[in-house]
Ligand binder design. Sequence first.
Ligand SMILES: NC(=O)c1ccc[n+]([C@@H]2O[C@H](COP(=O)([O-])OP(=O)(O)OC[C@H]3O[C@@H](n4cnc5c(N)ncnc54)[C@H](OP(=O)(O)O)[C@@H]3O)[C@@H](O)[C@H]2O)c1
Length: 386
Amino acid sequence: MNLLKVAICGGGRTGHLNAILFKQLADVQVSLLTHNPEVIEQHARQTPMQALLPDGSSLSARLDRVTADARSAVEDADLVIITVPAHVRQQTLQAIAPHLSASKPVYVGAIPGFCGFDWLAEATLPERPNVVIWGMKDVPHTAFELNPGRSIKMGGGKSQLYVATHARESQASRHQLHAILTRLYGPCVTLLEHYLEITLTPGNPIMHSSVIYGLIGPYGQWHRKIFPQRMCWWTECPELGAYFLERMDEESQALCAVISQRLGIDLSSVKSLKQEIVEAYGEQIRDTSSMLSILRTNQAYNDILAPMVPAADNRAGYVIERESRAFNEDVAYGLVLLVEMARRFEIKVPHIEEVLQWSVAYMHGLRDSALDYFPRQWPHTASAAA
Ligand SMILES: NC(=O)c1ccc[n+]([C@@H]2O[C@H](COP(=O)([O-])OP(=O)(O)OC[C@H]3O[C@@H](n4cnc5c(N)ncnc54)[C@H](OP(=O)(O)O)[C@@H]3O)[C@@H](O)[C@H]2O)c1
């Protein structure tokens, strides 16, 4: 079998886990681009990296290269996987762009591929016809408790992995990508027809923002108050948050239906959030009767803490962290994109807009957002129409 050279960008939880899994396979070379000196140091000391599996067993790996130097991480890569959060992807793509091979196809993708990664990669890697842009709908496994350069815990895995390519990619490139990802992840990889199937799948952007709004927004019981202790995202989800989530889910589905109809593309794979969660977690949810009960009784969601930091000025207690990923990634790159897509199709999404406006005010405004790369003419160009 040909040697497959994989470069993983981002030495966080997702980056560590995927790197270790790939190194279990024959003829796969893995390099890791990271700015974390601890990961680089552990590699230099020849410390093996371990994935701690849910059944108590573990997998061990030694990566081929671990570096903060973009050139040495990606210069000979066949496959590049961006695993940094959506608000950091542009900076990562800009760092690697000059060093990608120009003499062979290079498959550049994001895991997860939400927030319009296809548009970002197209804008950041112009005039690179050998680059094939792709994204995976979700992470293949959850990953948590990172001990940098040493170990990562693997959570539940997805039975199916859905991958989409930028609309510009040829059938031959799509088939080749499918073959590469099947080699890495097994026969569970399915190619989607349109990248919008990823972009419009509801997830963290509406989940996190609605719960925060329900907690500390203008009608929330914790509005302008300090939490005595850290709260769990889902088991302590407020009724108001679940109400807004359900409304935002409906609006997101309505947007998807209109885009599907007006662009003449099949987006039937995009399910409501409620359906996605029930199908993904099945028996782990004790009560599927409402959004609130689904969130509160899903065992897989137990004990996941909301992003909180100690209150300022030595006051006892906690506040929701303004600099958390729930804002910088989910609001600025997820919600902003949904609202802009709705605006271009003249569709009303009042609940999503209400939560977006409040969230942006809480963040003291947007520094950067998905609007920095969302194509200005979309949906009016052939390249952006899928
Ligand atoms: N972990 C999961 O189970 C899970 C589940 C669902 C979705 N996701 C999604 O997967 C993506 C990666 O998540 P993760 O859990 O792997 O993240 P993570 O453990 O926090 O790692 C993210 C990596 O991105 C890089 N980075 C650079 N600037 C950053 C910044 N300002 N803020 C945060 N990270 C920065 C860092 O890499 P270096 O220091 O190595 O340069 C960091 O290690 C996110 O989009 C997340 O929403 C993760």
